[in-house]
Design a protein around this ligand. Structure first.
Ligand code: ADP
Length: 647
């Protein structure tokens, strides 16, 4: 038996492992199993080049819990290690400047572990003692037993081991007894080892029989050793891809819409499959995330800095040995490989979408509602993606017809260009609420888009910035005559006083509400439009809507809602009201008061008192509110009663 001290610098490493690496201590299992898998793969490679002769036999890696001895063993039949190799790979974990490094990175588990190949030593995070029993594949090799109790001292001796390979035996610390529970270990294996390229066995398969769970004779294999992303696209059917999707996300019921198989080997190495899930709202976006693997070992599902943010809406796997996983997140963002990977994925995704669109526009349109949020998000946050996506990003009109923006512009150009050459695109986010406005627009031969998605407001603003002389206006933001102005303002023959009187009269009877302002304007809409109606300014409303999603815009969010109450001076009813107000009665009043008050003031007062007598004015206001869904509670009850009385 030999005794020794582990590398010079390991004095510093044990306390770090013990004290500082608590946060992620479960990764010890991933590290040990990766080593076992590597050793097995190396053996296969040696065998394939003829360096190892004969049948390799059983190559499964086994994870075994012994509750009595309180041990957890990872056992492989890989290349094994000779005593010299144990000394070289396990004992000499020497590196320069260890102390300095350890102090610098003591908060970052992964950085230390990955950087120094401390994988094996992570076993000490949860063990009071670790033993290695190993028999090398080399001819005449002698088995070796290594043992260490978490201090720099170790023992090493020759031992007897019948089978080639390595057993790493962890004597689990009392405070980590959860790692002696079947359920915990099975959970970790399923998390980290689901797609490792060598079979991992843990216990026996179980089955329900007569209401009882019974063990079968068969081993319980944790992993799929040939996951779809490692196979050639040509060998896979759509069903294979769907099946793999459910393997990845066992709780996901819905099928993905389509997939993209990634495969590059220059200038970096990356494989993977990305799936487009059905995304209906923000809510289910982050339930299933893209999983990142390194040579089929699960690393993380926090891919935020590796793929562009909008791509995190996708599902699937990315496997790359070239992503530096063991460094900090901020470093990742500036890493050149990561930038290239991110750019590559963006291009690949955009190209695939363009290809799908070209291949079958109708099919693509059918999927549009499900992928729209993802594409809009990408366009809003990634200029390069925007450039490609603008050719397949679709707009849907109220008839359910889809078109790209360029196609749509072409379709409506003739009818919807106003007198100043602006192309005005009309939209609604609520066809029921805007029914009357929509009907009026259609009557003029205009088309109306349906824009009821969560990102539509932002998308429209972006399109306006990118397209000169293009404006989106919600159908209820003004009279249709004003929205697409074809000639100079229509005129009515009301006098200024009359107009002012009418305005004041309506203003006096409009209900007051908190955080709600109504402005009365008198202007001629069409004679067959409603006599009084509400519109809402496009700019203010959009600012408010956008402020709901964006920081730094809360100023708009706090502003009261503003509506215009448009009194349609072209409508016969309004003309009648106005006529009454200019009747002799008003003139008489004006004569009488001459000298005391200005003519204008007199008119306003008279109009007001006349309006007060005329119930129809209140009725008109209520109708306008009702048409916009704003007449509620007491006001609604009053309206109903008044309507009955008027009848
Ligand atoms: P890394 O795996 O990053 O190199 P480790 O500390 O995990 O660092 O392992 C150090 C070395 O010990 C490995 O590179 C390998 O040569 C050897 N080793 C570890 N585990 C095994 C094993 N199960 N079978 C054979 N060799 C092993």
């Amino acid at each position: 038996m030999s005794k020794g001290n582990i590398g010079v610098t390991s004095d510093n490493i044990f306390p770090v492992i013990k004290k500082f690496l608590y946060s992620d201590h479960e990764i010890f299992l991933r590290e040990l199993i990766s080593n076992a898998v590597d050793a097995t793969q190396k053996l296969k490679t040696l065998s394939s080049v003829g360096e190892v002769k004969g049948d390799l036999g059983d190559l499964r890696v086994r994870v075994i819990i012994n509750k009595e001895k309180k041990t957890l063993t990872v056992s492989d039949h890989g290349i094994g290690m000779t005593a010299e190799e144990v000394d070289k790979y396990i004992n000499q974990i020497a590196f320069s400047g260890a102390e300095e490094f350890v102090n610098k990175y003591k908060d970052r588990t992964e950085a230390i572990i990955g950087h120094f190949g401390l994988g094996f030593y992570s076993a000490f995070m949860v063990s009071k003692k670790v033993e290695i029993f190993s028999l090398s594949y080399q001819e005449d090799a002698k088995a070796v037993h290594w043992s260490c109790e978490g201090d720099p001292e170790y023992t090493m001796e020759e031992t007897i081991k019948a089978e080639r390979g390595t057993d790493v035996v962890l004597h689990i610390d009392d405070e980590f007894s959860q790692y002696l529970e079947d359920a915990t270990i099975e959970g970790l294996l399923r998390k980290y080892c689901k797609f490792l390229p060598v079979e991992i066995a843990f216990g026996k398969k179980k089955e329900w029989k007569d209401g009882k769970e019974v063990e079968l004779d068969e081993e319980n294999i944790i992993n799929d050793i040939n996951p779809a992303w490692t196979r050639k696209p040509a060998d896979l059917t759509d069903e294979d891809y769907d099946k793999f999707y459910h393997e990845l996300y066992p709780t996901q019921m819905e099928e993905p819409l389509f997939h993209i198989h990634l495969n590059v080997d220059y200038p970096f190495n990356l494989t993977g499959i990305l799936y487009f899930p059905k995304i209906k709202s923000n809510l289910d976006v982050h339930r299933n995330k893209i999983q990142l693997y390194c040579n089929q070992v699960y690393v993380t599902d926090e891919v935020e800095n590796i793929v562009p943010e909008y791509l995190t809406l996708l599902h699937g796997v990315i496997d790359s040995p070239d992503i530096p996983l063991n460094v900090s997140r901020s470093y990742l963002q500036s890493d050149n490989n990561v930038k290239k990977i991110s750019g590559y994925i963006t291009k690949k995704v955009a190209d695939k979408l363009a290809e799908l669109y070209k291949a079958d526009k109708e099919e693509f349109a059918k999927k549009w509602d499900d992928i729209k949020m993802f594409i809009q998000f990408g366009m809003l946050t990634d200029e390069k993606f925007y450039e490609k996506a603008k050719d397949f990003a679709l707009y849907k009109n109220l008839d359910g017809k889809y078109a790209t923006l360029d196609e749509y512009k072409e379709q409506v150009k003739e009818a919807q260009t106003d007198k100043d050459g602006n192309l005005v695109l009309l939209y609604t986010n609520d066809p029921d609420a805007h029914y009357t406005f929509i009907e009026r627009a259609k009557a003029k031969g205009y088309d109306v888009l349906l824009m009821d998605g969560e990102l539509d407001v932002h998308t429209m603003s972006q399109a306006e910035q990118k397209n000169e002389k293009l404006r989106f206006v919600r159908i209820d933001s003004d009279t249709i005559e004003n929205l697409i102005r074809k000639d100079e303002n229509a005129k009515d023959d009301y006098s200024d006083e009359q107009r002012e009187g009418l305005r004041k009269a309506f203003e006096a009877f409009i209900p007051k509400a908190e955080k709600l302002n109504y402005y009365v304007t008198c202007e001629p809409a069409a004679a067959d439009a409603l006599p009084v109606f509400l519109t809402q300014n496009e700019f203010m409303r959009r600012m408010k809507e956008m402020s709901a999603h964006q920081q730094g815009m809360s100023f708009y969010g706090q502003m009261p809602d503003q509506y215009n109450l448009v009194v349609n001076t072209a409508h016969p009813l309004i003309q009648e009201l106005a006529a009454k107000m200019t009747s002799e009665q008003v003139s008489e009043e004006v004569e009488k008061k001459e000298g005391e008050e200005t003519k204008k003031e007199t008119v306003i007062k008279t109009v007001y008192s006349l309006a007060n007598e005329d119930e129809r004015l209140k009725q008109l206001i209520d109708i306008a509110l009702l048409a916009s869904g704003q007449l509620k509670g007491e006001a609604l009850a009053k309206f109903v009663n008044r309507s009955v009385e008027l009848l």
